[in-house]
Design a binder for this molecule. Structure first.
Ligand code: TXA
Ligand code: MG
Length: 328
């Protein structure tokens, strides 16, 4: 059985102690809940891969509290790293930079780079501040499945497979952090998230490349980049504002949920269960994974999701939806 710890001073202290002893602890962050292990305990890091059923060559993100001295763990000395830290930490931005000598290769998937993140969730900050090493933490879900945005989701997925879950307010961002690589003297967006490419370009005053435009072969293994990831059990269809007639046929049978934000889109599906969201990428991101989870719980067979507009604000949501989408 996995024990739920309350987000009180005592609960947070117990979670920190468990991590120090090499236990696995689910904990809240503002993006999604993480499955934490102290990077300095090899069996604990290995345990993450076992609990998740995740291939071992996939690198993990190392999490630290604000002000943690990272000098021996990662090389964040470049001016670009420094300005991104100044502008976006604590917050939903992960930086991929050269690995430092103290950072174990088991965390980086054997690579000489490491992803570092300083989450802003107050419970995560308090927890990390009690530790003298970073905490490796992927999202606390089974490999390939939808990430958890509440402690109950972690229990639903990993009960009995990990030692503790630290409770805390559900994730306000709702999708995983933006990942930016600063390797090889260029800036590459490895995973879009709520910190947008436009925001990063504005801060750095240079172009942020997409992975397929990168000049330097990043040689990266980013599990979020496997084509199909973040999958609900239901089949998810992305649908334009004016639906393709073939898709209208799809919704004529089975248990269907339609999710969208414009009237023009939603009125085409009057006979279905409809979820009307605000026309706002941050609001859609916040609810996205719990919508997919609830749909599965209720036995929904098909989810029709409105296709977001093509712009940087929607890139994170679009990315997750495309990976979750059904391929026939
Ligand atoms: O929001 C988040 O980032 C959440 C919370 C818990 O902080 N964590 C998360 O971890 O999404 P995970 O393991 O599900 O995704 C981490 C991504 C993976 O796709 C991994 O391959 C990539 O980060 N990553 C980590 N280190 C890397 C590196 N050195 N080079 C390239 N990609 C890296
Ligand atoms: Mg994940």
């Amino acid at each position: 059985m996995t024990e739920l710890l309350h987000a009180s001073e005592e609960g947070i202290a117990a979670a920190a102690q468990a991590l120090s002893q090499g236990k696995l602890v689910g904990f809240p962050t503002e993006t999604v809940f993480g499955l934490g292990a102290l990077v300095t305990v090899p069996q604990a890091v290995e345990g993450i891969f076992i609990a998740k059923g995740r291939p071992v060559n996939h690198p993990l993100i190392a999490h630290v509290s604000k002000g943690f001295d990272l000098s021996d763990w990662a090389d964040l000395s470049s001016p670009d790293a420094q300005s991104l830290i100044k502008n976006f930490w604590p917050g939903p931005l992960t930086l991929v930079v050269p690995r430092g000598p103290k950072m174990p290769l088991s965390v980086t998937g054997g690579q000489d780079s490491v992803g570092i993140r300083c989450p802003s969730h107050p419970v995560a900050q308090k927890l990390l501040a009690l530790l003298n090493a970073p905490v490796a933490a992927p999202s606390a879900n089974r490999f390939g499945k939808v990430s958890p945005t509440a402690s109950q989701h972690v229990l639903d997925e990993l009960n009995g497979r990990i030692d503790f879950v630290l409770d805390g307010d559900s994730s306000s961002v709702g999708i995983e952090s933006t990942i930016v690589s600063l390797l090889g003297g260029q800036v590459v967006l490895l995973r879009p998230g709520s910190v947008t490419r436009d925001q990063i370009e504005k801060v750095l005053g240079c172009k942020v490349h997409l992975p397929d435009e990168a000049l330097y072969d990043q040689g990266l293994r980013v599990s979020g980049n496997l084509e199909q990831h973040y999958c609900p059990d239901a089949s998810l269809y992305l649908c334009d504002e004016v639906a393709d007639p073939a898709l209208l046929n799809v919704v004529s049978s089975g248990k269907v949920l339609v999710v969208g934000w414009t009237k023009a889109f939603l009125t085409q599906f009057e006979k279905c269960d409809v979820l009307d969201l605000p026309d706002d990428p941050q609001a859609v991101a916040q609810r996205l994974y719990s919508i997919l989870r609830n749909a599965d719980k209720q036995g929904v067979e098909k989810i029709i999701f409105q296709r977001p507009p093509i712009n940087e604000c929607w890139r994170g949501v679009t990315d997750r939806l495309q990976r979750a989408a059904f391929r026939s």
